[in-house]
Ligand binder design. Structure first.
Ligand SMILES: CC(C)(COP(=O)(O)OP(=O)(O)OC[C@H]1O[C@@H](n2cnc3c(N)ncnc32)[C@H](O)[C@@H]1OP(=O)(O)O)[C@@H](O)C(=O)NCCC(=O)NCCS
Length: 185
C-alpha cells in the first residue's frame, strides 16, 4: 500500500483530555530491561516500519533517567508489557525545540479495547510536565486510527507545502471532520 510521511502539531499548554486505564490493565514508566519489551511490542504491531534489534538504542539512547521519565508501558493483569509510547523531545524540528509523541504501539491482540487514549493522555501530560508547551509527532497517511486518535488530543496537521496539503486532503476522505479544519488553506 502506498503511504506518505505526515506530521501533526499540538500547540499551547491546553489541558490534556484524561482517560482512566481500564482494569485490569496498568500503566507504568520505563524500567531497566524494557528494551526487550519495546522490541517485542513493536515487532508484533508495526506493519510499515522495519523493526530491528538495535533500534531502541538508536532512537532512545541509554540514559536510564531520561527513559524512566519519558517512556511508558501498558501492562496486562500479569504485569506483562502490551503497549508502549514515549513523551520524547526534538531540539530541532524545523528550528524549534518541541516535545514529541514517539513510537506508539499496542499489541494487535490488545487493540480496540480503549487502551490507546489513557496511554496518549499520559504521554501528553508528561510532555507538559517536562515543559513542552508545543509537541509534534510523525506518522504515515495510512494510519487512520492513529490520526483520529491524535486529532482527539488536539494535534493538527502540520502543513508546510502544497504536497503536504495534498496528502492531508487525501486523508480527509477517511476523516470527513478533518475537512472542517483549515490549516492547509
Ligand atoms: C494506533 C493504536 C495505538 C490505537 O490503539 P487501540 O488500543 O487499538 O485504540 P483504542 O481501542 O483506544 O481505540 C481508539 C479509537 O480508534 C478506534 N479503533 C481502534 N481500532 C480500530 C480499527 N481497527 N479500525 C477502526 N477504528 C479503530 C476505536 O473505535 C476508538 O475510536 P473512538 O475514539 O471513536 O472511541 C494501535 O492501533 C496500534 O498500536 N497500531 C499499530 C501501530 C501504530 O499505528 N502506531 C501509531 C504510529 S504513529
Amino acid at each position: 500500500m502506498v503511504w506518505q510521511e505526515i506530521f501533526m502539531i499540538r500547540r499551547g499548554a491546553h489541558p490534556v483530555p484524561k482517560y482512566v486505564v481500564p482494569e485490569p490493565f496498568t500503566l507504568r514508566n520505563y524500567c531497566v530491561g524494557d528494551e526487550e519489551n519495546w522490541f517485542r511490542i513493536y515487532k508484533a504491531s508495526d506493519n510499515y516500519n522495519r523493526i530491528y534489534s538495535s533500534m531502541f538504542r538508536e532512537y532512545f539512547g541509554a540514559d536510564q533517567e531520561l527513559l524512566a521519565r519519558r517512556q511508558f508501558y501498558l501492562c496486562d493483569a500479569e504485569g506483562t508489557a502490551i503497549g508502549t509510547a514515549s513523551a520524547w523531545l526534538n531540539p530541532n524540528f524545523h528550528g524549534e525545540a518541541l516535545g514529541r509523541v514517539h513510537w506508539v504501539a499496542i499489541l494487535p491482540e490488545y487493540q480496540g479495547r480503549g487502551l490507546s487514549k489513557p496511554l496518549i493522555s499520559a504521554v501528553c501530560q508528561r510532555l507538559l510536565e517536562c515543559g513542552h508547551q508545543d509537541s509534534y509527532l510523525r506518522t504515515i497517511s495510512v494510519r487512520i486510527t492513529a490520526i483520529r486518535l491524535y486529532l482527539g488530543f488536539g494535534f493538527l496537521p502540520d502543513v508546510r507545502s502544497p504536497h503536504d496539503a495534498e496528502i492531508w486532503q487525501g486523508i480527509c476522505k477517511h476523516i470527513p471532520d478533518l475537512a472542517l479544519l483549515d490549516p492547509w488553506r
